[in-house]
Design a protein around this ligand. Structure first.
Ligand code: PEP
Length: 249
């Protein structure tokens, strides 16, 4: 039986003051959730979030990680550093990293491996663009992305990752995949995972991301292979994020 995971992605938003308000809202409302809950905060605020979330049951995550363990990589943050701040999760391969930082599947696979090497759970993002969906290429694109990333991992690691299906056209746009559209891709993702490690695939949490909101979360989360959400915009308001967590319960 897979537990539901609701993970917030704050992206490059926040300030010490705004975070304190948001974190206080989460402490008050999200602690007793039936679902697993995590927030992936900007790296400079990891220490603040670590202190605020201690003892709440809300896990901490980061939004990116270096593929390298340490050394002359100015500006990068190593997985061991995220671990020092109590992170359990790190997002890898978000479409914004792919688009604005030219990250490809091979690099995303290396980042996932670097996370796993120190015991972090990578949330591995895949998803098609609007043009690719319109051309009927969703399955082909998502399978190719996932296969290339999984090729960088040991098959025994498949059970230690989380996958997020995030159609690029749905991220931050207010457009959401219908539950049926999302389920079709989630089912395909589970098949691809099973082709690498049949025993582990059934236990992997596959999250949906793309304009998940309080008013669409319940029907998305009701689908058999949708095991949670990666939530951007709605994670910035405690009341909305908590409503999504409650929909998961
Ligand atoms: C995201 O950033 O991963 C995301 C899904 O954003 P939004 O919920 O705003 O579409």
């Amino acid at each position: 039986m897979r537990r539901t995971l609701i993970a917030g992605n704050w992206k490059m938003n926040g300030s010490l003051e705004a975070n304190a308000i948001l974190l206080r809202g989460l402490q008050a409302g999200a602690g007793s959730a039936e679902a697993d809950v995590a927030v992936c905060v900007p790296a400079p605020y990891l220490a603040q979030a670590q202190v605020a979330l201690a003892g709440t049951g809300i896990a901490l995550g980061a939004q990116d990680v270096s593929a390298h363990a340490s050394g002359a990589f100015t500006g990068e943050v190593a997985a061991s550093m995220l671990q020092d701040f109590g992170c359990q999760f790190v997002i890898v391969g978000h479409s914004e990293r792919r688009t604005y930082h030219c990250e490809d599947d091979a690099l995303v696979g290396q980042k996932a491996r670097a996370a796993l090497a120190v015991g972090l759970t990578p949330i591995v993002c895949v998803g098609e663009t609007a043009g690719q969906r319109d051309a009927g290429r969703t399955g082909e694109i998502v399978s190719a992305q996932l296969d290339a990333i999984l090729d960088a991992l040991e098959s025994s690691d498949i059970g230690r990752i989380v996958v997020a299906y995030e159609p690029v056209w749905a991220i931050g746009t207010g457009k959401t995949a219908t539950p049926e559209m999302a389920q079709e891709v989630h089912g395909l993702i589970r098949q691809r995972l099973a082709s690498k490690n049949p025993a582990a695939a059934a236990g992997v949490q596959i999250l949906y991301g793309g304009s998940m909101k309080p008013d669409n979360a319940r029907e998305l989360l009701a689908m058999p292979d949708i095991d949670g959400g990666l939530v951007g915009g709605a994670a910035l308001k405690a009341v909305d994020f908590i409503a999504i967590i409650e929909a998961a319960g």
